[in-house]
Design a protein around this ligand. Structure first.
Ligand SMILES: Nc1ncnc2c1ncn2[C@@H]1O[C@H](COP(=O)(O)OP(=O)(O)OP(=O)(O)O)[C@@H](O)[C@H]1O
Ligand SMILES: [Mg+2]
Length: 235
């Protein structure tokens, strides 16, 4: 509450062109404000456009129409280079399939986003990555290969990697989708605590009502728009 406004979407739409040249209107009017320290959950049926919305929030895709304000600037006007720089510096991503580099140790995976940074972030990248892994409870597994870690541990490495550059916004697309219920809950609590600790906002896309219940604000994506959900509706 009372933190800086990070993202604001007004009347954002996104359509796609099908091979037969017809247009498919996926997002038809998205309004959303994201402020420092927020934890927002977005639920919705498969195919409603949740990942598409996350890609727009993550500056990976652009709206067809509407405005996307990113830290006070019109993000639809950012050049590809500036969007990529903002992504690296200010955004962290966590995916269902962890997306760790298979031939690299845990600490090397977490160091990867720091390879393109400068100054202290670059020179102290191993120490910063070790500390990030320590914060997710994996300080003893720095040199382990991803395939020797459990699913929950791999997702914790991915969380450390998403947070190592201290992003303003963390975007998680089905972060517990590949985990059993108990592990998923533990990973989600960790992701929530770690983003709060770093002052970032967290946006979680999920099918799981228990995961959504952890967020402080909840929406259902339906018919191309976000509909606020009460705590009771989610359970
Ligand atoms: N580049 C594209 N071209 C054509 N259709 C697309 C494209 N990208 C997405 N779509 C369609 O847009 C719709 C929304 O896709 P999206 O991946 O955002 O759904 P989702 O809500 O994340 O679903 P899920 O829960 O299954 O992950 C789908 O019907 C998908 O087929
Ligand atoms: Mg999806």
């Amino acid at each position: 509450m009372g933190g800086a406004q990070l993202l604001m979407l007004e009347n954002v739409t996104r359509s796609v062109l099908l091979p037969d040249d017809s247009e498919l209107h996926i997002l038809t009017g998205i309004n959303l404000t994201v402020t420092e320290g927020d934890h927002i959950a977005i639920v919705g049926r498969s195919g409603t456009g949740k990942s598409m919305l996350l890609n727009i929030l993550g500056l990976l895709d652009r709206p067809t129409s509407g405005t996307l304000n990113w830290q006070g600037k019109d993000a639809t006007r950012l050049s590809a280079r500036r969007a990529a720089a903002a992504r690296g510096r200010d955004l962290g991503f966590v995916f269902q399939q962890f997306n760790l580099l298979p031939g690299r140790t845990a600490v090397e995976n977490v160091m990867a986003p720091l390879m393109y940074s400068s100054g202290r972030d670059f020179w102290q990248r191993r120490r910063l990555a070790s500390e990030a892994l320590d914060r997710v409870g994996l300080g003893a597994r720095l040199d382990s290969m991803p395939q020797t870690l459990s699913g929950g541990e791999q997702q914790r490495v991915a969380i450390a990697r998403a947070l190592v550059r201290r992003p303003r916004v963390v975007l998680a697309d089905e972060p517990t989708g590949a985990l059993d219920v108990g592990t998923g809950r533990a990973v989600m609590e960790l992701l929530d605590a770690a983003t709060v600790e770093s002052g970032a906002a967290l946006i979680t896309i999920t099918h799981d009502a228990n995961v959504a219940a952890l967020a402080r604000e909840r929406f259902r994506l339906e018919g191309g728009c976000l509909h606020p959900l009460s705590q009771e509706a989610v359970r």
